[in-house]
Design a protein around this ligand. Sequence first.
Ligand SMILES: [Zn+2]
Length: 282
Amino acid sequence: MHKLRRVKEIPKKFLTQIVGGKAGDRGVRLTKMLPDIEKRYEVLEDAFTIADIGGVAKDTWTKVQREDLLHCYESTAQALEELKRLIMERQSEGIRDFCPYCGIGAPRQFDHYLPKEKYPELSVHAHNLVPCCGTCNGKKSDIWLDATNNRVFVNFYLDSLPTAPMLKPDVKWVVRKGKRVPTVSFELIRPAGFSVAKFSLIESHFKKLELLSRYKDQSHTEFSLLRDASIAREAKTITTLRKFLQKFLEQREHTLGPLNWRIALYRSLVLDVPFLTECLKP
Ligand SMILES: [Zn+2]
């Protein structure tokens, strides 16, 4: 997981362009609704300023208005495509290739942090669009508050994240079909000094997106990747291999950040003698 940068342009700019591109009755209706939508934009932007987006109340729209508002996102308007492109380009190179919710896959979709089913007027608000992978988008669906109105997912535009690692992998070696293979489980641990309240949001995020088991499932790919990288380097001893992997780890951490699950896994593997021994096998 990693923080996201908000686009520099003001969100209203995209709204005006998207609404301006609508033809016929829908265009007339949306143009009439613009002042009301803009008021709602201000509500969200004010909530962002005080980091209290969980308190943004729903508004009431008629059925037709809802359809018009949702159509703003469903269309292939050039202004919407441009907004999506700007959101992606605003993120750091290297990290923009990963979903911020999980850090596993590529962000080929956009999640509406405040679900568009509940907040149709925010369907094209730049700060409500989060690039993400299909798995996270599907699991998040239209959920965002729990029964007591607390947010359940981290907002990567807004929420504080720890600066120290918070994932602890446990690598174990088991024999399967006569072959020794590594299996890994992950534990989420609150870094010292990071507030319990803020961490409970991260815990809820992990639980809802089933991140610990998804990382476990993905780990075998990382074993192969590191092993292949080691073979490519032709390291002959554990010391030289460890040096090489350490450098690889540092380069990856520079891009992915200390909270990334791959970085947590690599840190463990660099110290795991059975893994290093395995990598040295021809
Ligand atoms: Zn994801």
